[in-house]
Design a protein around this ligand. Structure first.
Ligand code: PMV
Length: 330
């Protein structure tokens, strides 16, 4: 059977960084994200008796090696709860650079999970979709949902209570915007998987990260529900800087920032000093994401443009949940 799904990337407002179980992808801390309407992945999966091997194409390129292995492992995991023995063809396209700290694995594994489960004839609940997506990439557990999402870390060793739930739908705060800058579209050298493992093992600041995370989670959830922009922005920025401090103090150090990242971060701080309310966050890559309100987008974009530090950018609002669509990619 053939099925196609679309899933939107999400950017964490309170980050997930560090796994307590590498195999099942179980995090040490809960996280909260916003799903983005302008960054998405579309994936078609077809299981058929006529295929004698898996074939995977991402953004028009036949995928092999570690990346293909991860995807096949994910398809096999979903197959283990179905009665299918068939192999599959997968074609996936994203409208933004992958492996560059722009959450392509989140939208990618959410779309793959939804399309493959449907193609296998499975009807999974939102909870199970989130759990399966998590097994591909932790942040993908959140891209199953739209709007504002919390991935509860869970306590159980089997991961059955580690899944994402929606806190508020996209229209709850529709003028909240995120300007996603592309400082460099190059694929990162250290994957988030390797990066977080090294951090947990060697950063002396990781303990402090875990000690302060619950306050951040509480503040961000409250800020979303009450639409308190200064509380949301200040907590988000501080949370991202804390995560990057744990990365910087890892042995060997992990520095995802480029010179352009710093230029944009400083521009955000200057804009704020001038009374334009905006805050930055960053993930495992050099791209800076600026949280602001719709009314300030043109002013902020103009200023970022003037720095010359961003090659490109996407203006995003809260996006929708992952869904099945009729238009197949092959
Ligand atoms: O799910 P992964 O392995 O791509 O890790 C995501 C890690 C961060 O983007 C840095 C934080 C997050 O919560 O998305």
């Amino acid at each position: 059977m053939k099925s196609t799904a679309i899933a939107y990337a999400n950017i964490a407002l309170v980050k997930y960084w560090g796994k307590r179980d590498e195999q099942l992808i179980l995090p040490y801390n809960s996280s909260i994200s916003m799903t983005l309407d302008e960054l998405y992945t579309t994936t078609t999966v077809e299981f058929s008796r006529s295929y004698n091997q898996y074939s995977i194409s991402i953004n028009g390129i036949e995928t092999t090696g570690v990346e293909a292995e991860k995807i096949i492992k994910h398809l096999e995991l979903l197959k283990s709860v179905s009665d299918s023995y068939q192999l599959a063809k997968v074609v996936s396209e994203s409208n933004f650079p992958k492996k560059a700290g722009l959450a392509s694995s989140a939208s990618g594994f959410a779309a793959l999970t939804l399309a493959a489960s449907k193609a296998l004839g499975l009807t999974l609940s939102e909870k199970d979709l989130s759990i399966f997506a998590r097994r591909g990439s932790g942040s993908a557990s959140r891209s199953i949902h739209g709007g504002f999402v919390k991935w509860n870390k869970g306590e159980k060793p089997d991961g059955s209570d580690s899944f994402a739930v929606q806190i508020a739908e996209s229209k709850h705060w529709s003028d909240l915007s995120m300007l996603v800058t592309v400082v460099s579209p190059k694929e990162k050298k250290v994957s988030s998987r390797t990066g977080m493992k090294q951090t947990v093992k060697t950063s002396q600041l990781y303990k402090a990260w875990l000690e302060t995370i619950n306050v951040d989670l509480k503040n961000v959830e409250k800020a979303i529900l009450e639409k308190n922009f200064p509380l949301l922005g200040s907590t988000l920025e501080n949370n991202a800087l804390k995560m990057h401090s744990t990365m910087h103090t890892t042995n060997p150090p992990i520095i995802y920032w480029e010179a352009g990242s710093l230029i944009i971060m400083k521009e955000v701080i200057s804009l704020r000093e001038e009374g334009v309310e905006c805050y930055f966050t960053m993930d495992a890559g050099p791209q800076v994401k600026i949280l602001c309100l719709e009314k300030d987008i043109s002013k902020i974009s103009e200023r970022i443009n003037r720095t010359g530090a961003a090659q490109d950018w996407f203006v995003c609002r809260p996006g929708e949940r992952a869904r099945i669509i009729e238009k197949h990619l092959f």
